[in-house]
Write a protein that binds this ligand. Structure first.
Ligand code: NOJ
Length: 762
């Protein structure tokens, strides 16, 4: 599948005080644009609005967390029309009951909308979004989220708080696992694909749910990788790096945006009218609804931005928040703010309209009940897609001496490590409604695959001490520690190494406990937590063939492993079918084809770290700017091995130049020079040699994942549009394509050497 984002150039520049306003980039050719509101929706909504009391309007603007209120309070608020939405209710019978109260008993019969963090699956857990991005296959991302949507919809959920389309330049940031990594072009493709997956061709498609692009905007740019921290980035970075995936999500029809917790350039995102109104509505034409992040309207006061709750309510509303998640400063303070002239009824009515229109377009007024049981065929399709997605998402980082794939003829295999037989750690963070029981761990996956002919033994060896994360406490079962005394720990360690010593080979499954990434889960160190490194070194010291399988939500410090462990498979958190997928990959029944969506650092000290840096004085990437490490990644963005090898021929361009609205066709022959079928991802990178602003040394501008039989050659043709080269210039405050000479590289990672150049003509 070819993904070729199109740039939607709307060269308008606005000024708000001193701040230059933003225009952004990419969307997808294949994306449907936001569906025009049905005229009957507007009429219906206006008629309904005319009947509503102020309290009922404020009710629609309020979202309650079901788990944080007494059931009787939730029911009463529903009956009186004082709530428009719930999150964190997953019992279909309860959802049904609440919806009946809203539809049958409330004065205006307005249905509720039930939201949930459907991040990478609902009951069936798919690989985490960072993993799915590693597939470099937007069609797969779409399929995965269509499955998530179907299962969530069958559970009574109408709305996913996903996709998270925040760009992450810093692996210390725990939420890097929820996004598509560091690159705006890949991120835009994944954003649009996920929106299509959740929503289907239009809002209201059966078995699909509302998507919500979050967290608008630049949440991933929090300083130091610290969650919730301020983002002090330039307009140039905001426009060219952080906004494009949001624009792509909007162009793909996302019906909802969620504001961010953070302070952006000194203005909290949930009170940032420039973002939520001027960019989102005026410039992009968004007609959906904006929900705040959890209590982020109330937090406008914590930021030292609003003077108190009334000010927070008025400024949150004026900025463009339509629905307030969990806190109730809107409900409690807007009546007074209206009286005081701090808020206007026009803004309030608009917010209610946006919410009601989405409810209408989702079909909730005609069909408010979606709960049902999936058929056996649907259920089995969920599992198949979960298996396939996990196989497609894994990235083979190292394979010295072709240790992998392992031979089926092994007599004995040791599977060790604290994550090797842990279901929650196979599912990963944000699996809040995930079914733990059916999850296949690496150990059980290998047992099933190898049957009785190979003795598969397991020992955890060491434990990871899991931090308590107040956000998820009690929602996700964390394995309790069983090794308490030094003697118990030493015995467990020795037992695991004994198993390695007495086996033909060992799979060492290491990484992070699931709750070490995700929300409020940043890390200052990227080292393997606990004694895992020691376990790995002891396993390697046995001299047995060792394969390291990583389960984690971010790149980790594996500099030692990269030199001493022959084979390393990055499986991320692979989800319900993860262990089965890993077993298939390790034994060659699936061939790894994933590529890194993030640059892999050598050490946390290199962060923030990404490939698309601007060139500087020494032009070429000087490896020696630190005296205690090098400048280069351990593994570059776009990198991943296969059991095959691929050879690329020269780049062929159909023309040497194109006008600023033109296209070039780039053809590159790719040969599978190995002896098994496999996948490669052809990637195109460009660099603009001169312009009104310096541009990154390389920027991804096209890619396609291809499957080739052993020995097969295919000429892969990608279209490069001049519009894809547009950027927002801090000199001109304009978004556009600048004529000039461009370098072009084609290859299968971001260090691609295959070079050509072309000119964009004035
Ligand atoms: C806070 C998170 O930032 C957001 O991503 C999530 O959707 C909400 N909580 C609801 O869980």
């Amino acid at each position: 599948m070819l993904f070729s984002p199109q740039t939607f150039v709307r060269p308008r520049t606005k000024y708000l005080g001193l701040c230059v306003l933003l225009l952004s980039a990419a969307g997808s050719l294949t994306a449907q644009s936001a569906p025009p509101a049905k005229p009957d929706a507007d009429r219906f909504v206006d008629q309904l609005l005319a009947k509503m009391t102020l309290a009922e309007k404020l009710g629609q603007m309020s979202q309650m967390s079901y788990k944080d209120v007494a059931p009787a309070t939730a029911a009463a608020a529903t009956r009186t029309g004082n709530v428009g939405s719930f999150l964190f209710v997953t019992d279909p019978a309860l959802i049904d009951r609440l919806q009946h109260i809203a539809v049958d008993d409330s004065r205006l019969h307005i249905p509720l909308i039930f939201g949930f963090d459907v991040i990478h699956g609902y009951h069936t857990i798919f690989p985490i979004p960072l993993a799915v991005a590693s597939s470099w296959d937007p069609a797969l991302a779409e399929r995965v989220q269509s499955m998530s949507a179907r299962e969530a919809s069958a559970g009574g959920i109408n709305w996913a708080f996903a996709p998270m389309v925040d760009i992450a330049h810093d692996a210390r940031w725990g939420r890097i696992m929820e996004g598509a990594g560091e690159d705006p072009f890949l991120g835009s493709a994944m954003a649009a694909a996920q929106v299509r997956g959740f929503q289907g061709p239009t809002l209201g498609t059966p078995n699909r749910i509302l998507a919500c692009a979050k967290h608008f905007a630049a949440y991933g740019a929090g300083e130091g990788g610290r969650d919730y921290d301020a983002a002090n980035i330039s307009d140039e970075q905001l426009n060219n790096v952080y906004l494009p995936p949001f624009h792509a999500a909007e162009q793909a029809g996302a019906g909802c945006f969620m504001s961010a917790y953070i302070d952006l350039q000194g203005v909290p995102a949930s009170g940032n009218r420039m973002l939520l109104h001027d960019v989102l509505r005026d410039q992009w034409g968004f007609r959906g609804m904006v929900v705040s992040d959890w209590a982020s309207v109330e937090s406008l006061t914590n930021h030292g931005f609003a003077s108190g709750p009334e000010d927070a309510a008025a400024r949150g509303l004026h900025a463009g928040v339509d629905m307030e998640m969990v806190s109730h400063v809107f409900r409690d303070n807007l009546p007074k703010a209206l009286k005081d002239g701090q808020a206007t009824i026009a803004d309030l009515d608009n917010a209610v309209r946006n919410i009601l229109r989405i409810k209408y377009e989702l079909g909730l007024f005609t069909n408010p009940y979606s709960a049902r049981t999936l058929t056996a065929a649907e259920q089995s399709e969920q599992q198949q897609v979960a298996l396939h997605a996990a196989e497609q998402s894994a990235v083979l980082l190292r394979n010295e001496g072709h240790l992998l794939p392992l031979a089926h003829a092994l007599h004995s295999l040791a599977v060790i490590g604290p994550l090797a037989d842990s279901k929650p750690d196979t599912m990963g963070s944000w699996s809040l409604a995930g079914h733990v029981d059916p999850t296949i761990t690496v150990f059980t996956g290998l047992q099933h695959k190898l049957g009785a002919s190979t003795t598969v033994t397991y020992a955890k060896g060491v434990e990871i001490i899991r931090p308590s994360t107040s956000i998820f406490d009690g929602q996700f079962p964390e394995p309790a520690p069983t090794l308490h005394t030094p003697e118990e720990k030493a015995a467990a360690f020795a037992h695991a190494i004994d198993l390695v010593r007495s086996s033909d080979a060992a799979i060492v499954v290491l990484g992070e406990a699931n709750n070490m990434s995700g929300e409020r889960a940043s890390r200052a160190s990227l080292d393997l937590p606990g004694d895992q490194q020691k376990l790995l070194e002891a396993a390697v010291a046995t001299g047995k063939p060792i394969v390291l399988v990583l389960l984690n939500g971010r790149p980790l410090n594996i500099a030692w492993a990269a030199q001493h462990v022959p084979s390393i498979l990055e499986a991320w958190y692979p989800g319900t079918e993860g262990g089965a997928a890993i077993a298939n990959l390790l034994f060659g029944d699936a061939n790894p084809g994933g590529k890194l969506p993030v640059s892999w650092p050598r050490t946390a000290g290199q962060e923030p770290f990404y490939y698309s840096r601007n060139l500087t004085q020494d032009r070429e990437d000087d490896p020696d700017r630190y005296w205690d490490t090098v400048n280069t990644p351990l593994y570059p963005f776009g990198f991943g091995l296969s059991y095959s090898t691929f050879t690329l021929g020269p780049i062929h361009l159909d023309a040497a130049s194109m006008p600023t609205n033109g296209v070039l066709t780039v053809s590159v022959p790719v040969t599978n020079s190995g002896n098994v079928a496999g996948d490669d991802v052809l990637q195109l990178y460009t660099h603009q040699r001169a312009g009104t602003a310096s541009r990154p040394a390389r920027e991804l501008k096209g890619f396609e994942r291809i499957h080739l039989r052993a020995g097969e050659t295919r000429v892969v043709t990608l279209t490069l549009r001049a519009a894809d080269l547009a950027f927002w210039s801090p000199q001109t405050h304009h978004f556009g394509v600048e004529p000039g000479v461009f370098d072009l590289w084609a290859g299968d990672d971001s260090t691609a050497a295959n070079h050509a150049n072309f000119t964009v003509l004035p």
